[in-house]
Design a protein around this ligand. Structure first.
Ligand SMILES: Cc1cc2nc3c(=O)[nH]c(=O)nc-3n(C[C@H](O)[C@H](O)[C@H](O)COP(=O)(O)O)c2cc1C
Length: 144
């Protein structure tokens, strides 16, 4: 699989578990297929207008919590999330790891902090995002 990959979707409510782990996420209604390897990615997130924002994405089922349905969710490294219903383009730029089934929420939380640190390190010297990637509006065929 060659990166970057761009996925699109609308921000929807998740199960609300992310915030309890200290890493609030925006869930997307993107139809996740096996075409893109699951796991944790550094990403640029493009709202319908404005600049790309750095984030960390998880693509796949939250197996630690017994979930089987793969989802796409994003944690914004620059703070605030976005309103529900906002269409986002998520440009996956670097894959950090695969999805892991952790023994418990505490083990996942510890790993999330490592993921965030790695992502911040990446964005310290990352090239700026390609503005053209922010084509978040328009029709979304097959959920992409
Ligand atoms: C950076 C990041 C990495 C994640 N890695 C894993 C993982 O390895 N295993 C897992 O089961 N869930 C992982 N998740 C998903 C969390 O379990 C998920 O955010 C949590 O269940 C909240 O879901 P909710 O938004 O539906 O409330 C990850 C989430 C993020 C943001």
């Amino acid at each position: 699989m060659q990166l970057p990959v761009i996925l699109r979707g609308r921000a929807v409510s998740g199960r609300g578990v992310g915030a309890t782990l200290g890493v609030p996420t925006v869930n997307l209604d993107t139809v996740v297929t096996s075409a893109v390897a699951g796991g944790v990615y550094c990403c640029w997130v493009f709202p319908p207008s404005g600049a790309g924002r750095p984030g960390v994405a998880h693509l796949g089922p939250a197996v630690t919590f017994g979930q089987t349905k793969p989802t796409l969710e994003v944690h914004f490294l620059d703070g605030a999330g976005v309103e529900h219903g906002t269409t986002l383009a998520v440009q996956l730029v670097v894959r950090l790891r695969g999805t892991i089934r952790f023994a418990d929420a505490a083990a996942l939380t510890a790993r999330l902090q490592q993921d965030l640190a790695q992502a911040r390190e990446y964005f310290r010297s990352a090239p700026p995002p390609d503005g053209a990637a922010g084509l978040a509006s328009g029709p979304t065929p097959e959920g992409f």
